[in-house]
Design a protein around this ligand. Sequence first.
Ligand code: G3H
Ligand code: 13P
Ligand code: ZN
Length: 314
Amino acid sequence: MALVNTKKMFEMAYKNGYAVGAFNVNNMEITQGIIAAIAEENAPLILQVSRGAREYASISYLKAIINVAVEENPDIPIAINLDHGDNFETCKQFVDDGFTSVMIDASKLPLKENIAVTKKVVQYAHARDVCVEAELGQLGGIEEDVVGVDDVRKHLADPDQAVEFVEKSGCDSLAVACGTSHGAYKFKTEPKLAFDVIQEIAERLPGFPLVMHGSSSVLKEFVDLINKYGGNLPNAMGVPEESVSKAAKMAVCKVNIDTDLRLALTAKIRQVFAEKPGEFDPRKYLGPGRDAIKAMVKHKLHVLGCAGKAAECA
Ligand code: G3H
Ligand code: 13P
Ligand code: ZN
């Protein structure tokens, strides 16, 4: 199967109460770890590339790696998404480069401007069979003008605006700020998501797929390993996996996970260096790191409920 867009995946995820994992890729080992897990679990997949990933590895390298993954796994539906596209030009470039989905993140702009730029991306992308994800509200972390997670309630997606936004922009899915943020420090005290916001938006937009960013759980086991082997991640905290599973059973059809893969890779590499201080063959630490990513992704596919769902999404 060639690369697919996200339409069918979201239809099935919505109907059958699961979410498709969207995992960020920056290099070959990360991509191979993800793909190995997906192949073993027979799950649909969204691979995504951020602006930072493009700057680090270049689109041509990442696309070539992804193309191999697609060719080697003909039975798995795989979509590739631009993660957090910052303007029309960036989105256009990724559409032109063969991505099957683009996210336009204009959530910092006033509603009218966010709608206008999203609509422009939709017109360009839909003419080329590419799906568009947009964002409403502001997550902590990546948006510099959100000062901290304590303020997050003020920045949640507004259900009234969500209806207007979707109707006027024509986007295919919507990332809604619901209390999560990017990175390993999502909460200072008890982790809490605004399920009321997700539910209200779902009721007002029946059948419409929502997206949850900042969905890593920052598992204690990996933070402890990193700290044990010389790292320093005090008080790191993520979204509990029960909450991710709950959102996946609701209208959330795409769940973005990057930090948990970074933590798994880092923990394993640190362990190798600590246990074998003389090691300098990259294959001897990147290989185990790749295995750690595979194990993490396999686990996540069960949290999201999309293991075994490749065929119905194809
Ligand atoms: O959106 C956040 C993702 O974790 C990507 O992060 O911009 O450092 O590649 P990045
Ligand atoms: P995490 O930092 O929680 O993994 O979120 C990743 C993300 O939302 C990418 O867009
Ligand atoms: Zn994100």
